[in-house]
Design a protein around this ligand. Structure first.
Ligand SMILES: CC(C)(COP(=O)(O)OP(=O)(O)OC[C@H]1O[C@@H](n2cnc3c(N)ncnc32)[C@H](O)[C@@H]1OP(=O)(O)O)[C@@H](O)C(=O)NCCC(=O)NCCS
Length: 335
């Protein structure tokens, strides 16, 4: 693998559907309140799709913007990496749907199923392809449509209030290592022992038939979560994987200019920030507006941080995630 090449972010883009849903809107559907949701999660609003809109449709908008900001045409891409837990269909994956809409003829489309860590898993994959010299223009997109798959009754209120729809994308390309920019380190982890702590059980290939009326009545097709276990594990794992990444790049916590945690829950983000000892000026959160958009949360936040002047050329960006799987991951990028 060539060590003289790094993968730099050439451009970023994001898209959220126009419909805004407030906590008061959700309180009309289930027993909850703005006070409860804000106190436990920090979330004030989230965006939901309308009509027949899939993850690939949101991804398309974010990807077009990322290509524009990278100064390339979608047809110049030579690889697509698509991370989502809410694919348009069971198969084929959303990557090929995006490929067809972008008009990038024949380019490979890889689907990543690592939920909240999906974007960093995708970034790490793209980084390896570029450093190996296999591809030169790799789109990494995270996109989710949660709103069509949530249980808006009291049974599902712990999960339904958390999630929102949206997409974020980056275009990565090769850059000479001596320029100092690019992906400096990535670290990926999983522990399937926690698989059932945040999951959607059905439809499932291990059941025959995969989906029954009984499963639907029991709500097995909705996400189910052990919120407390996810919370505790997230707060423990994210600082650790950030430390591994820093050690791998020969850097220290004080070198980080901006930390963007996966936007799972503001309380998780704040607890991780405290563990790492980072000041508010070095952390970017926007879950208040979008809720948890899973694979899309980090690229959406990256995009907004850049727009707001919080992320500038030469800054050391650290991103980290924890979520369903369990999976957790971090990356360091010299912007
Ligand atoms: C989901 C979460 C906010 C719940 O907060 P919590 O402090 O653990 O709350 P609890 O689970 O103890 O629930 C407290 C009560 O609120 C109720 N409750 C759950 N959801 C509610 C809602 N939306 N509105 C009002 N009450 C709710 C519970 O039923 C429970 O009631 P009970 O005491 O009568 O049984 C929290 O566990 C969490 O954020 N976990 C991590 C989830 C996450 O980030 N997931 C994504 C990871 S990528």
């Amino acid at each position: 693998m060539g060590t003289d090449i790094k993968a730099a972010v050439l451009g970023a883009g994001m898209y959220v559907p126009p419909k805004v849903v407030t906590n008061d809107d959700l309180a009309k559907l289930m027993t909850t309140s703005d006070e409860w949701i804000v106190a436990r999660t920090g979330i004030k609003t989230r965006h939901y799709v309308e009509g027949e809109t899939g993850a690939a449709d949101l991804a398309y908008e974010a990807s077009v913007e990322a290509c524009r900001n990278a100064g390339i045409e979608p047809g110049d891409l030579d690889c697509i990496v698509f991370s989502t837990l809410s694919p348009d269909y069971n198969f084929p994956g959303s990557g090929v749907l995006l490929q067809a809409r972008l008009g990038a003829p024949g380019v490979p489309a890889i689907d990543i199923r690592n939920q909240c860590s999906g974007f960093i898993y995708g970034l790490s994959t793209a980084d390896a392809f570029i450093r190996a010299g296999q591809y030169r223009r790799v789109l990494v997109v995270g996109s989710e449509v949660h709103s069509t798959g949530l249980d808006f009754s009291d049974r599902g209120r712990d999960v339904a209030v958390l999630f929102g729809d949206g997409a974020g994308a980056v275009v990565l390309g090769p850059i000479a290592a001596d320029e100092g920019r690019g992906v400096l380190a990535t670290r990926l982890h999983s522990d399937g022992g926690g698989a059932k702590d945040l999951w959607v059980e059905a439809p499932a290939s291990r059941y025959n038939p995969r989906l029954t009326h009984e499963m639907l009545d029991a709500g097995k097709h909705y996400p189910a979560m052990n919120g407390k276990k996810v919370f505790v594990n997230a707060v423990r794992a994210m600082p650790t994987v950030v430390g591994e990444c820093l050690a791998g790049a020969g850097l220290k916590i004080g070198d980080i200019d901006l930390f963007i945690p996966h936007q799972a829950n503001l309380r998780i983000c704040t607890a991780v920030q405290e563990h790492l000892g980072l000041s508010d000026t070095k952390v970017f959160n926007n879950i208040q507006k979008y809720g948890n958009t899973t694979a899309a949360s980090i690229p959406i936040a990256v995009c907004e941080a850049q727009r707001e002047g919080r992320l500038k050329r030469g800054d050391l960006l650290c991103i980290a995630s924890f979520g369903s799987g369990y999976t957790w991951a971090a990356a360091l990028i010299r912007w």
